[in-house]
Design a protein around this ligand. Structure first.
Ligand code: PAF
Length: 304
């Protein structure tokens, strides 16, 4: 299988580096030509449990190069997915498919609009990656990856993708359908990301601050009720406890949204708490806690 990883951020470099090290044919697509040139020249520096290794991975800014790929792994920020989807629609070969493991909701939908449901896979991952410098990634924590077709039953292609990720040393599993996965992860991000970004605390601290923990539960409850209205079967029976468990397990982690705020980058709040607020409004379900968290994170961004 030939793979193109789109986006040389922390997660994109982790996938690309591990696939390359396992001997899988992989290249990276970067929309910034100067950076693509530098990364191609210097390679990708991957740090993980096996040590440190510099890998030579072709990095291109030419979307036409997608034509040779069987799989495009979309690793851009959620607010760039629509653009990436349009590029894929124009350049991916007819047999090529796309996989998103990004945070938030709306990524699968954008890819389906450009490629059709039969060519899209979605899922979630709890692998942790930290970008130490341009082209330099550290595997911050081992996790699990689940993926499945955007529509229809589990197929051979999804199984092959999971097998390829396993070959690269990731724990990966193909399952039927991806919305239950994505909504389960969404509820976790809804509970943790905005609050850690607003308060400037690592994930585990939310549990130690009584008022923050109460808000976490209320944000979670709104998203869970919305998912239930949409017919989602969550992967955990007690989603409130599932959110708390992730906060405990990742107690020392700086959430992706707090990392964005610290780096004065745009956050993905529109695709997490903001998505809950919008979907709730569509269905007549008020989500005031998520609406307020969204506005507070946007105020932080406006204050950069
Ligand atoms: O976005 C993140 O930071 C992660 O998805 C999670 C699970 C909240 C852990 O930090």
């Amino acid at each position: 299988m030939r793979v193109t990883v789109i986006g040389p951020g922390a997660v994109g470099l982790l996938w690309a580096g591990r696939l390359a090290r396992a001997g899988i044919r992989v290249n990276l697509l970067d929309h910034r030509p100067e950076r693509a040139e530098r990364l191609s020249a210097h390679g990708v520096l991957l740090e993980d449990q096996e040590g440190e290794r510099r890998l030579s991975i072709p990095v291109t800014a030419r979307a036409e190069d997608l034509a040779a790929s069987d799989l495009a792994l979309v690793c851009v920020k959620a607010y760039h997915t629509a653009d990436a989807a349009q590029t894929l629609g124009r350049h991916l070969a007819p047999q090529g498919r796309a996989l998103t493991l990004q945070n938030g909701v709306g990524n699968v939908e954008a890819l389906v609009e450009a490629l059709g449901p039969a060519r899209v896979l979605g899922g979630i991952t709890s692998e942790g990656a930290t970008l130490l410098a341009e082209g330099h990634v550290r595997h911050a924590g081992r996790g699990q990856t689940h993926l499945g077709p955007a529509q229809g039953p589990l197929d051979d292609f999804a199984r092959q993708v999971a097998a390829m990720l396993e070959q690269a040393g990731f724990a990966a599993q193909a399952v039927e359908g991806c919305q239950n996965l994505i909504w389960t992860k969404l509820v976790i991000n809804v509970g943790i990301n905005a609050l850690t970004a607003i308060l400037g605390v690592p994930n585990g601290r939310l549990l130690e601050l009584a008022s923050a923990a109460a808000l976490m539960d209320r944000a979670e409850a709104e998203a869970e009720a919305l998912g239930e209205t949409l017919g989602i079967s969550f992967l955990h029976e007690d989603m409130r406890e599932a959110v708390r468990e992730v906060a405990r397990r990742t107690a020392g982690n700086i959430s992706s949204m707090l990392q964005d705020v610290r780096a004065r980058r745009r956050t993905e709040v529109d695709f997490i708490n903001g998505a809950v607020e919008r979907k709730g409004a569509e269905l007549g379900l008020a989500c005031p806690v998520n609406a307020t968290l969204t506005d507070l994170v946007k105020a932080l961004e406006q204050n950069y």
